[in-house]
Every structure is written in C-alpha cells, then in structure tokens.
Design a protein around this ligand. Structure first.
Ligand code: FE2
Length: 131
C-alpha cells in the first residue's frame, strides 16, 4: 500500500475529534511506511503501541457519540473497535515475545483500520452516522 494523503473533502467525518484521531492514524502509518524491520527502535515501537492502547479512550467516546446520534452502524463499529483493541493487545504480546515482524504487524493493523473501518464505516457512512 502507498502512503495515505489526507484530503479534507474526502476524509472528514464531520466530527473534529474523530477526524483528528483518523489523521493521527494516517500520520502514524505514513511514518512507518518506509521503515524496514531493522530500522526501528524499541522506543519507537513502545511509543506507538502505547498510543494505540490509549486510542481505546477515543473509541469508547466515539461509541457514546454514535449511540447518542442513533447511528445505524453502531453494532458494526463496536465490533470493529473491539477487534482493533484485541489486535493491539496481541501485537503488544508479540512485541514482548520479540517476534521479528512487529513493524509489519503494526503497519497491517493501521492500513486495515484505515481501509476497512475509517473509509467504510466512518467516512462513507457519514450521512447516516453524522459524526
Ligand atoms: Fe469507528
């Protein structure tokens, strides 16, 4: 996958907080895009994983907002948020076990999140979710 170029007209969800978080996912993905498995430091991976764990707070806030607004895809979003968090936890474990493809796992997680959740459930669906 190529790096991602954020475009307001195409990518805004209509909710500033969610847009800021999505921009951060894009920025993280782009930052890691050109790194090889041997190019990163443990500090960098620790920082990124910590940030992704903290992302849980955003997802809980997002679900509350979607519920408040009667979003039609709330259950789909909750399921994908939960799967995302489980994947983050499994990558944290893989990192502790010193598995060799951590960077690949993080990049795959971020690109899947962008392509299969942000673009589909949050952005394409924005008239109905209105977030
Ligand atoms: Fe979401």
């Amino acid at each position: 996958m190529e790096t991602i170029t954020w475009q307001n007209a195409r990518h805004r969800t209509g909710h500033d907080k969610i847009d800021r978080k999505n921009k951060r996912i894009v920025s993280l993905y782009n930052q890691l895009h050109d790194l090889n498995e041997n190019d990163y430091s443990e500090e960098l991976v620790t920082e990124i994983l910590w940030e992704l764990v903290e992302y849980a707070d955003h997802l809980i806030a997002e679900e509350a907002l979607l519920e408040e607004r009667g979003a039609s895809n709330l259950e789909i979003q909750k399921a994908k948020h939960s799967a995302f968090l489980q994947k983050v936890c499994s990558i944290c474990e893989a990192f502790e076990e010193r598995q060799p493809d951590i960077l690949y796992q993080i990049k795959t997680l971020l690109s899947d999140w962008w392509n299969n959740h942000a673009l589909i459930d949050e952005i394409k669906n924005r008239p109905r979710t209105t977030h």
